[in-house]
Design a protein around this ligand. Structure first.
Ligand code: SAM
Length: 197
């Protein structure tokens, strides 16, 4: 069983679906996408609207720091959900009102499907239909206190990947950080030389 879960984890695709985005949410939305990418998710979808400055930020980061993170926007929320279901993925809605990730067995139930996961995060009060089976297979709380979609996403990814996402290497990276006790060291793979910042 454990071995099967490990195999599934290495193939698992997690997409983030951002519902709602106000003008002032620009930084939070781009931080959700950056966090998703850095912590192992495969892609991010900004539903119903387009924000080209966020797209530019995320694509630039991926180009420099590697990997194959997919950024999409402007697709109607309902179409994303329907398409995901058709492709046999499950949908998890992150909400303070859901089943607690620590005090319930929700994470094991999610893992037991061994399916790709669409994670819905809101930016404001979400419509009540989001909690229903028509949209969400699970309503999951990262503790039952309201906090932040970025924090909720980070904790979820860390729990599901069991910390392994933190040592992930990104293919075709132009820039790479060399971990250091005291120095800021970036390796530029293009010129094949070290650069101390
Ligand atoms: C500013 S909060 C709004 C809080 C909202 N009333 C709710 O349902 O959690 C925006 C988003 O952060 C996420 N969020 C906030 N607290 C959370 C928690 N404790 N667990 C999971 N997600 C949370 C949810 O996705 C929520 O839509």
């Amino acid at each position: 069983m454990r071995l099967q879960i490990y195999k599934w984890l290495s193939r698992l695709k997690i997409y983030i679906l951002r519902w709602g985005h106000r003008q002032r949410d620009y930084r939070v939305t781009s931080h959700i996408a950056l966090t998703a990418r850095a912590l192992g998710a495969s892609g991010f979808i900004l539903a119903d609207l387009k924000d080209f400055s966020i797209q530019k930020t995320i694509e630039k980061i991926t180009k420099n720091w590697g990997g194959t993170f997919n950024f999409s926007m402007g697709i109607p929320f309902k179409n994303v959900v329907n398409e995901w279901r058709k492709n046999n993925g499950i949908i998890v809605h992150l909400t303070a009102y859901g089943e607690n990730i620590e005090t319930s067995d929700i994470l094991n139930r999610i893992k037991s499907h061994k399916k790709d996961i669409m994670l819905i995060v809101g930016s404001k009060k979400v419509p009540s239909r989001f909690y229903s089976e028509r949209i969400s297979d699970y309503n999951l709380a990262i503790g039952n206190q309201p906090h932040s979609e970025i924090a909720a996403l980070a904790v979820f990814l860390d729990r599901i990947y069991e910390g392994k996402e933190l040592s992930k290497t990104f293919q075709n990276a132009k820039l790479k950080i060399l971990p250091s006790k005291r120095r800021k060291t970036i390796i530029e793979s293009d010129q094949n030389r070290d650069k101390n910042c």
